[in-house]
Ligand binder design. Structure first.
Ligand SMILES: Nc1ncnc2c1ncn2[C@@H]1O[C@H](COP(=O)(O)OP(=O)(O)OP(=O)(O)O)[C@@H](O)[C@H]1O
Ligand SMILES: [Mg+2]
Length: 262
């Protein structure tokens, strides 16, 4: 099995207190790996290093065996689809055009989008449930609908590595699950390696093959979700008491923050 994403010995600093360090992680095609950890632990910074938006001081990030820092933007765009944590639209492109832009990385600058490109874009728009909005300007849709458009764009791109920074932020209760289910499905069916950051341990438990627990710039635990997500690790990460509930053979994390009020 090929390692689509390989990170070895990565260290990164913004020059202030925070430092991402000793990061080593491999993700195979078809695998969903979730970064879970408190605000400020370094999830976004790591995703940006993986997409060559930040340059580590030490270590290497490879996609399909090649150093991301040695790729030109076109090659990187073919291999990595990145959905940032927040995005402010600047031009009133239609939703369809925004998604179609994911396909541009597959074309030369002289090519027009083909019917295949439109079909892939429309498939992705349908998968996230935005077909009725596809002609609407991107500046005139809700925050959650924008998030869904960007996820559709990354999927239409058909990258080797799909990097999603808090893909469920801004999404309603149902859409959070729809998107995570879809991410897992496309990873399996299209052999994409997915790395995403999430804040909900239960979603991490349900939708990941591997979970990397992060704290203060380091991966402190890495493994199968049910092995790494438990009351001890949650306490270490968040200083919070929880218990595990098993329902239908599935483990769920239940917070115990108001024991006196139950
Ligand atoms: N551009 C920057 N310059 C300096 N420090 C930064 C910059 N961006 C983030 N940091 C700091 O780096 C640390 C890691 O930030 P990062 O955004 O990676 O955390 P995160 O795990 O994604 O958090 P969140 O869950 O809130 O999104 C934090 O202490 C943050 O304040
Ligand atoms: Mg972040």
């Amino acid at each position: 099995m090929s390692e689509a994403i390989s990170i070895r010995g990565l260290r990164f600093s913004y020059g202030l207190d925070f430092e991402l360090r000793d990061i080593s992680l491999t993700v195979e095609r078809g695998n969903v790996t979730t970064l879970l950890g408190p605000n400020g632990c370094g999830k976004t910074t790591l995703l940006k290093c993986m997409n060559a938006l930040l340059t580590p001081e030490e270590g290497i990030v490879q996609l399909n065996g090649k150093d991301v820092l040695r790729m030109d933007r076109g090659e990187l765009a073919r291999l990595a689809g990145f959905v940032p944590q927040s995005h402010t639209p600047s031009f009133p492109y239609s939703v369809e055009d925004v998604v179609l832009m994911g396909r541009v990385s597959c074309m030369s600058i002289f090519q027009q989008p083909s019917s295949l490109d439109y079909a892939k874009a429309d498939d992705a728009i349908e998968a996230v449930g935005l077909s009725v909005l596809k002609d609407r300007p991107y500046t005139q849709i809700s925050g959650g609908e924008r998030q869904l458009s960007l996820i559709a764009r990354a999927i239409a791109q058909e990258p080797t590595a799909l990097l999603l920074d808090e893909p469920t932020a801004h999404l309603d209760f149902k859409n959070q699950f729809t998107v995570l289910q879809m991410v897992r499905k496309v990873a399996r069916e299209r052999g994409m390696a997915v790395v995403m950051s999430l804040h909900d341990p239960n979603q991490a438990m349900l939708f990941s093959d591997t979970v990397a627990l992060m704290s203060s710039g380091r991966i402190v635990s890495l493994g199968k979700p049910e092995e790494v997500i438990g009351p001890e690790n949650i306490k270490q990460l968040y200083g919070m008491d929880t218990e595990i509930i098993v329902h239908d053979g599935r483990k769920l994390v239940m917070p115990l923050i108001w024991p006196g009020e139950r």
